[in-house]
Design a protein around this ligand. Structure first.
Ligand code: ADP
Ligand code: MG
Length: 723
């Protein structure tokens, strides 16, 4: 025992050569092989199997649960409902049976009440060495039944010493481990012993507090040191829970402090162009050419943008508005505000169709005004492209609408002041950053997304952005009625679609895009097209078809025919998913609806219900939809609220899969979950916001320890954003 600290000290000296100069080595950075009881062999296993390299890693390897192991069960008490059991008994036999991959070691343990079978599939020769028929053993593990008899596979086993069990009440941690470790007799219990050794070495100074005391007091959270002790070796179940709560809060709080620092430091220190006045461009459109009154939500968001862009700091704002809430007009008015102050704007859309549509829509609204607007996409012809590049450089063009083509290096602006990214989830952070580089002072950035994100997810994935919500649809909209129909009812569905078309309305038929098999999707679509055509023959009916294999021009022509009403039906894959606006379309039939994700279905449905007529969405499925698919369809039929759908999506899929957030490191929580710990996250957000607002440089005495902690993390994880 005496020895261990000395060995640790040597290790610190050795270790320090690997660390950057200003990193402080602590006991927690000591290599794991220096912990008493580890040694090179086990160290190797710990590293390979559990990625435990240092004392700190071991400390961060939390138990799944705790079990009162002072309780020794009788074998007869084990039922199929029993999860884990600890049993003491005499080993009456063991033998190796089977061969090759089926080879296993089977032993029988008997107590006064019955017989328990113990089985090992791995590490047999190792285990056998420790087994002696006639000796007493204490075994622990997950119970199961095999041929009606209770058994434990790969139990923890040790010689039974009567005094050992039945000691003082003791909640023993159960650690996540691996089959390989278990097979090497290096099981959860051994891990517990090592952790116990480590805990006894630690003092409060080794785990300095990183949350300001006043917050701990207010929320009644235990200290960091206490939390680490109790998450491993709690004095009671209540203490185990309290430790977990404290550590989850810490994880969420630290992340929120980081995000809010980025957000608020930008408010304080970033440079930004100033849009100081509302001028003629804005006022003329507003007074003369706006075909409707703005909704309250649109006005509120415009005020927020006005405030942000008037301060001399860069705006970085996320605008979440449900499908059809009218984000485009907010974008246009913001661009006019930029123009009023002598700045150019750029509006980026994820697809050519969408860029084209924005361009057409905005040009229409601007046609009586002296505003130059250009469309720049991958299929813009060379001469036009040349004209645009020149126009952007000499300031003849006010607005450019485009796709990824806009972020190419060749595209340079005279004085770019505002970048708007529509349907943001298709643009990566890096792509957005590229736009910033196009001006000496970074332009303001407005990110618009029509895929609502649950609040908790937005707070974590986009917590460094300011955040606006448009939670109001323009007046006069009727909610879309959504129904689920089996394919067998297709004839009825077609009759219904025909009745809508007879009323002068238009319809969509959507086919899934199977990413792994473009060919299959294409064949599906063609078959579908033929089928639709047989129900809706020419000359009475006209059909547009749009899909990914068409050249942009053809897509555009087909799209425009539908937009103008020359065709009554649009057959398409999901290329129309975002943005398309045909208010006269009142029916959408989604084929193989079980193959779509929830947010995708919601996006698609958003293409109908955009006018004043009642609209319908029909989800067609075969009979083999999975449970999850059925749940998605049920949700779609139950609600039109994008935020509710987003919550459900998060519940079904978990945060890792939500579009656009996959690469977001902000979501890599170790123990906290944005699905299950919502309240704690709200608390953490509120506390972090308050703290950063009060002390954005973290120079107040009460926040110094936090600052130090963040800096050490920054070095460890390379979070360059924190100053
Ligand atoms: P999204 O938020 O999905 O991008 P759009 O900007 O495409 O929505 O707007 C959807 C439709 O609503 C468009 O036809 C648009 O002209 C219309 N619209 C937008 N704002 C209003 C409003 N305040 N009143 C009435 N119609 C509006
Ligand atoms: Mg839109």
């Amino acid at each position: 025992m005496d020895h261990a600290p000395r060995r640790i000290r040597t290790s610190i000296i050795r270790q320090s050569t690997y660390l950057s100069l200003n990193e402080i080595a602590t006991i927690l950075t000591s290599p794991i092989e220096y912990l008493k009881g580890v040694g090179p062999l086990r160290a190797d296993l710990l590293k390979k199997e559990l990625e435990i390299f240092t004392f700190g890693d071991l400390l961060d390897h939390f138990p799944n649960r705790h079990i009162d192991k002072t309780k020794v069960s009788r074998i007869r008490e084990i039922t199929p409902q029993t999860e884990y059991a600890q049993v003491a008994g005499t080993l009456i036999s063991y033998e190796t049976v089977g061969a090759g991959r089926g080879k296993r070691l089977v032993a029988q343990l008997r107590d006064a009440s019955g017989i328990l079978e113990l089985t090992w599939f791995q590490g047999i020769s190792w285990v056998v060495k420790g087994l002696h028929v006639g000796s007493d053993y204490l075994v622990f593990g997950k119970t199961g039944f095999f041929n009606g008899k209770p058994q434990i596979v790969h139990p923890e086993i040790e010689p039974y010493v009567a005094a050992k069990a039945g000691g003082k009440a003791f909640l023993e941690p159960v650690y996540p481990t691996t089959e390989k470790l278990k097979a090497r007799s290096f099981n959860g219990r051994q891990l517990g012993k090592l952790t116990y050794t480590l805990i006894t070495l630690l003092q409060p100074k080794d785990l300095p507090e990183n949350i300001p005391q006043e917050i701990l007091d207010r929320l009644q959270l235990m200290s960091r040191f206490e939390a680490y002790r109790n998450i491993h070796f709690p004095g009671s179940p209540a203490l185990a829970d309290a430790a977990m709560k404290r550590l989850k809060f810490e994880e969420l709080f630290i992340a929120q402090v980081r995000l809010n620092l980025v957000r608020l430091q930008r408010h304080h220190t970033s440079k930004g162009v100033v849009f100081e006045k509302v001028g003629d461009y804005f006022n003329t459109l507003y007074a003369n050419y706006l075909p409707f009154d703005l909704t309250g939500a649109q006005k509120r968001v415009l005020r927020e943008i006005r405030t942000d862009t008037g301060k001399g700091h860069q705006m970085n704002r996320l605008l979440q508005g449900d499908v059809g809430s009218g984000k485009t007009i907010v974008a246009l008015l913001s661009m006019l505000l930029a123009a009023d102050n002598g700045y150019q704007s750029c509006l980026m859309a994820p697809t050519e169709i969408l860029a084209q549509q924005h361009y057409t829509g905005l040009s229409e609204l601007l046609k009586e005004m002296p505003v130059e607007i250009a469309l720049l996409t991958g299929s813009t012809r060379a001469a036009e492209r040349k004209r645009i590049l020149k126009g952007l450089l000499d300031d003849a063009i006010h607005f450019v609408v485009g796709t990824h083509a806009v972020i190419e290096d060749a595209v340079q602006f005279r004085n770019l002041g505002l970048v708007i990214v529509d349907e943001q989830h298709r643009f990566g952070v890096a792509q957005r950053a590229k736009l910033w580089e196009k001006a000496a002072v970074p332009p303001h950035v407005l990110v618009m997304t029509a895929t609502p994100i649950p609040r908790t997810l937005a707070m974590t994935a986009y917590g460094d952005l300011d955040y606006s919500i448009m939670d109001e649809l323009p007046p006069g909209r009727q909610p879309v009625t959504t129904v689920h129909r089996n394919e067998t009812a297709r004839a009825n569905v077609m009759d219904f679609v025909r009745s809508e078309i007879d009323k002068g309305r238009q319809a969509y038929f959507i086919y899934p895009l199977i990413e792994e098999s473009e060919k299959l999707s294409y064949e599906d679509l063609m078959q579908g097209y033929e089928q639709v055509k047989s129900f809706f023959p020419e000359p009475k009916f006209h059909i547009s078809m749009v899909h990914g294999r068409q050249p942009a021009e053809q897509k555009e022509t087909n799209m425009q025919r539908f937009v103008k009403g020359d065709t009554q039906i649009m057959v398409s894959t999901t290329v129309i998913e975002v943005g398309v606006n045909v208010p006269n379309a009142t029916v959408m039939v989604i084929e193989s609806a079980e193959k779509f994700g929830l947010s995708q279905l919601h996006q698609l449905r958003g293409r109908v219900g955009r006018g004043s007529e009642k609209s319908f969405c029909i989800l067609l499925t075969g009979s083999s939809a999975s449970k999850e698919a059925r749940e998605r369809i049920k949700t779609m039929c139950a609600t039109n609220d994008g935020f509710k759908i987003a919550e459900k999506d998060l519940e079904i899929r978990g945060p890792g899969d939500i579009e656009g957030t996959r690469q977001s490191g902000a979501l890599n929580f170790k123990i906290a979950s944005i699905v299950n710990d919502k309240e704690l996250l709200e608390l953490a957000r509120a506390e972090a916001e308050k703290l950063v607002e009060e002390d954005v440089e973290l120079t107040m005495a009460k926040n110094l320890q936090l600052k130090k902690f963040l800096q050490s993390q920054k070095r460890k994880h390379g979070w360059g954003k924190i100053s």
